[in-house]
Design a protein around this ligand. Sequence first.
Ligand code: MSP
Length: 639
Amino acid sequence: MSEKKPYYVTTPIYYPSDNFHIGHCYTTVIADALARYKKLQGYDVYFLTGSDEHGQKIEERAKKKGVTPKEFIDPIIDNAKDLWKSLDINYDKFIRTTDDEHVACVQKIMQKLYDKGDIYKGSYEGWYCTPCESFWTESQLVDGKCPDCGREVKMMKEDAYFLKLSKYQPQLEAWLKEHPELMQPESRYNEMYNNFLKPGLKDLCVSRASVKWGIPVTFDPSQTVYVWVDALSNYISALGYLSDDDSLFKKFWPADLHLVGKEIFRFHTIIWPIMLMALDLPLPKKVYGHGWLTIGGGKISKSKGNYKDPRIFVNDYGVDTVRYFLLSEVPFGSDGNFSEELMVERRNSDLCNVLGNLVNRTISMTNKYFGGTLKKNVNYTDLDKEVVSYLNSMAKEVDDKMEELDIPNSLGLIFRRIERLNKYIDETMPWSLAKSEENLPRLNDVLYTIIDGIRMCAFELEAFIPSTSKRIYEQLNIESPTLEQLEFGNIENYKVTEKPEILFARIDEEELKARLAAEEEAAQPKIEHKPEIEFAQFDGVEMVVGEVKECKKHPDADKILVFKVDFGGEERQILSGVAAFYKPEELVGKKVVAVLNLKPRKIRGLESCGMLLSAVKEIDGKEKLELMTSNMPVGSKVC
Ligand code: MSP
């Protein structure tokens, strides 16, 4: 037997998240379909996915929960694995960047690059938030302040190591010229060239002193490996590169395909190839940068309320409805929109009306007219010849499209065949043939043609919607065919199931619309109302505009600022818990609104004679606050 050809396909490794949404499933479902497809084509496939577990954010989230980073991550990874299982993701390995083998491999890679002189010591500069012990880039800041705690940040420097990307730029450019197929779709090359290569590559920071949750750098224990060298190395550490057993590496490297979202394409087509060049390793054959799944044209996120755990969809509609939508809906390389209604529409129109209907009525007719048995069609009419030749050309056409990684159109080619078989039923009208005894042989041939066509389509669909293909084989009472058995007419006799099972029950779209509208309504944040009051009660509150003359920190209470406010000839001391949101000096001169007839009270030894009004809301789990201000003259009444 000839050796199977190896095929190595990877997804990115995911950041541990409590909020995996349907967009996250997109890369992994495509990778799974490609891996399954190649397996069915007879390749020896290795499909890798995993998790990217180091970094400051994880460290902080674990600290907040009072657990170690590893304790924090473990249940999240179990949850991710459960999600992949629910989507029928059949990976060969799930790598975690906290795995000992990965850690050892990354340390050896860093050491190798350092020994070679491709890594040098420099300094990292960024905006630093002292209480959070975190560096931020300019673009991460929110209103110039720490995005986590809202406090002031300052420009700071720390020792760090850098990888000489610039040294390898000419070599990379030359390589890309010879291998334009690395970047898929090839149109992404221009974007990479204009935005990154043309302006000249900047060396990459590969280690940090302030990030503690990371892989220690062996040649400088004060540092940990920083983000991309750690993450990208997973593609070779998973295969045992630089370990005692590198047989998988020898067999599967270079990767046939790295599948990634467009936002991380540049790391995979610039930094990763340079790392590999520096390590004297061959470069991957293709990197495919897919578009994003959006909701209403925008990002999917829990805070926007447009998020549902994908397992809810799997539960409600079955795994293949979700897989089929993800695989067929997003045009090759571009963004695509997701909505539950759209997914159900596609299920009803394609899976239920076209595929399910064909299988169901053909099995029913086979039972009704022949007690479930059929003999091979050997008397082709011209119509049969046309249909059979169309079926026989499917495998090659799908294969060519899959070679281009164009999954939606590959599925389209299969569905055109299924539609053709439905049309063939209308053309041959089995129910009319059944009316006379002499037409029964022809009726056998017609039904055989359809059933065998269904078998061929089920084989082609197996990579995309595997459990549906399995259910079809079960109803046809056959084993899952191999590629060699695919040709029309491979089965001599069929004995189909007596009780056809509905593959995809129709979902009532009107009912769904009503349910979704009700869910949306229920999800609207509700304002918690206080009991009604009389006008006189409201009118009894004295609110006045005043100007802040002085503002200081409370000597004994971190959260409180002490204001001196002028209300037009009357100055009052007012205390307010806004220290986390303002620097005292920035409030001097501001005109604020205060309640003046509130009973004075003491807070940690200082008296507050009134209360400043502010607007407060929790946004993305963080409290936001703004003092109410006014441009009206001091002493104006607020009513
Ligand atoms: N950890 C890095 C990858 C390191 S690879 C060496 C990372 N992780 S991620 O969790 O943020 O993203 C993982 C994958 O999910 C990416 O390919 C990303 O594009 C994909 N998606 C996340 N949201 C998505 C959509 N809304 N739509 C499609 N894919 C998106 O990046």
